[in-house]
Design a protein around this ligand. Structure first.
Ligand code: NAD
Ligand code: MG
Length: 392
C-alpha cells in the first residue's frame, strides 16, 4: 500500500487526486490531507478517506478536531505551517502531492524534498520562487520529483528515460514545445482586455481549475511560470523552449528531436491523467478519464502567442534571465495583482503593470538562501500592495 499526503486536498488538483486514489484504493491510501479555507469540504474528505492526519490553519485547529470527533473520525489535527511540514515529512508517507496554490506551498514542498519523498509537483510557484535551491535539495536529499502540471508531465513522457543523466545534445533533443490554450481571451486586443471581469477571466475554455491559475491562464502568466518551471525541471534555457498556442488543449506539450521527430502526448484535458501517470510511474493505472476520440476531437490548430496583448509571458522570461530573487519577486507581485483583480480593485490589464513596477523597484540578489527568498516574497508583496493602492 502506497501512502499519500495531499497538500491542498480541498483544491482542484487535490480533488482530482482523491478521485484517482478512490479508483485505485487497492494500491493507494490517503494518509494525510490539508485544507485552508473550505474546511467543510476537508471534513467530508476525512469522513470518506479516514486519513491519519489533517492539517488546518492554527486558528481552526481546535474546532476542526471537535468536528472530526463528532463525525466519528480518528483523524489527528496538526496546525498551521508546522502542521503542513509535518504532513510533508512524516516517515509513514511515501508520496507527497504538492497542490497548495502559490508561495504558501514553498516551505511544505521543500520539507517533502528534504524528507526524500516522491513528490507529485503541481505547485509550480514553489519551484519558480526557489529554482536552484529547490533542485539542489532534490539532488541532495534524493527526492523523486514528478511533474503533474499537464505540460511538464507531457514533456516528461516524451523525453527519453533517465534524460537527466545526459545532456540534451547527447540525446538529440533540439527543443521543448510548451503548449498553451491561449486562455479565454485568445484573439482579443489589448484595448478589449481593459474591461474584462473576473467571471470572464476564470471561465477557462478547456480546463476546470482554481481561481488563481485560471486568471494566470488568462494573462498567460501561467505559461510564463511554466516556462520557468520547465527550465528548472528539465535543466534547459528559455531559448530551448518554444511556446505554442494550441487552443484545443488536446496536445499537452511536445519534444522536438534533431532527426526531425516531434513526440507529443495527447489526451482529453483532464488533470487525472497526469496525476495517475505520476502516481503509478513507471507503471500505468486507470485514471477514470474517457479515451481520446480523434474522430470527434476538433481539428488541432497552432498559433503564436500575442506578446503585445499578453505581456506576462515576456515578463516571466525576463525574470528567469535576470535570475536570483527575480522570479520570486515576479511571483509575489503576480499573486497580489491577481488577488486584487479578483476583488475588482484593479483592471485585468493592470496585472502586468503591477508586476513590472515591482520588479523595477527591486534589487535582484543571489537566491541561495530560503530565508532571503521568503523575506523577498513578503517585501515584494508589500510593494505590490502599495502600488495597487496608488493605482486607483
Ligand atoms: P485551488 O485554489 O483549487 O486549491 C488550492 C489549495 O491550496 C486548496 O486546497 C487550499 O486550501 C490550499 N491553500 C490555499 N492557500 C493556502 C495557504 N495559504 N496555506 C495552505 N494551503 C492553502 O488551486 P488548484 O487549481 O488546485 O491549483 C493548485 C496548484 O496546482 C497551483 O499551484 C496551480 O498552479 C497548480 N496547477 C493546477 C492545475 C489545475 O488544473 N487546477 C494544473 C496544473 C497546475
Ligand atoms: Mg499547466
Amino acid at each position: 500500500m502506497i501512502r499519500l499526503a495531499i497538500l491542498g486536498a480541498t483544491g482542484s488538483v487535490g480533488q482530482s487526486t482523491l478521485e484517482v486514489v478512490a479508483r485505485n484504493a487497492d494500491k493507494y491510501q490517503v494518509f494525510a490531507v490539508s485544507g485552508y479555507q473550505r474546511l467543510t469540504e476537508l471534513l467530508n474528505i476525512c469522513k470518506k478517506f479516514q486519513p491519519k492526519l489533517a492539517a488546518v490553519p492554527a486558528n481552526a485547529a481546535v474546532s476542526f478536531q471537535q468536528q472530526l470527533q463528532a463525525a466519528g473520525c480518528k483523524t489527528e489535527v496538526v496546525a498551521g505551517e508546522e502542521g503542513l511540514e509535518t504532513l510533508a515529512s512524516t516517515p509513514e508517507v511515501d508520496v507527497v502531492v504538492a497542490a497548495i496554490v502559490g508561495a504558501a506551498g514553498l516551505v511544505p514542498t521543500l520539507a517533502a524534498v528534504k524528507a526524500g519523498k516522491r513528490i507529485l509537483l503541481a505547485n509550480k510557484e514553489a519551484l519558480v520562487m526557489s529554482g536552484a535551491l529547490f533542485m539542489d535539495a532534490v539532488e541532495k536529499y534524493q527526492a523523486t520529483l514528478l511533474p503533474i502540471d499537464s505540460e511538464h508531465n507531457a514533456i516528461f513522457q516524451c523525453l527519453p528515460a533517465n534524460f537527466a543523466k545526459r545532456s540534451f545534445a547527447e540525446q538529440g533533443i533540439e527543443k521543448l514545445l510548451l503548449t498553451a490554450s491561449g486562455g479565454p481571451f485568445r484573439g482579443w486586443s489589448k484595448e478589449a482586455l481593459k474591461d474584462v471581469t473576473p467571471a470572464q477571466a476564470v471561465a477557462h475554455p478547456n480546463w476546470s481549475m482554481g481561481r488563481k491559475i485560471s486568471v494566470d491562464s488568462a494573462t498567460l502568466m501561467n505559461k510564463g511560470l511554466e516556462l520557468i518551471e520547465a527550465c528548472w525541471l528539465f535543466n534547459v534555457q528559455p531559448q530551448q523552449i518554444e511556446v505554442v498556442v494550441h487552443p484545443q488543449s488536446i496536445i499537452h506539450s511536445m519534444v522536438s528531436y534533431r532527426d526531425g521527430s516531434v513526440l507529443a502526448q495527447l489526451g482529453n484535458p483532464d488533470m487525472r491523467t497526469p496525476i495517475a501517470h505520476a502516481l503509478a510511474w513507471p507503471k500505468r493505472i486507470d485514471a477514470g478519464v474517457s479515451p481520446l476520440n480523434l474522430m470527434t476531437a476538433a481539428a488541432l490548430t497552432f498559433e503564436q502567442p500575442n506578446n503585445l496583448a499578453f505581456p506576462c509571458l515576456a515578463l516571466a522570461r525576463q525574470a528567469f534571465q535576470a535570475g536570483g530573487t527575480a522570479p520570486a519577486i515576479l511571483n509575489a507581485a503576480n499573486e497580489v495583482a491577481v488577488a486584487a483583480f479578483l476583488e475588482q480593485r484593479i483592471r485585468f490589464t493592470d496585472i502586468p503593470k503591477v508586476i513590472n513596477r515591482v520588479l523595477d523597484l527591486s534589487r535582484i540578489q543571489a537566491a541561495n538562501d530560503l530565508e532571503l527568498l521568503l523575506s523577498e516574497d513578503r517585501r515584494a508583496n508589500q510593494v505590490a500592495q502599495k502600488i495597487i493602492q496608488k493605482l486607483h
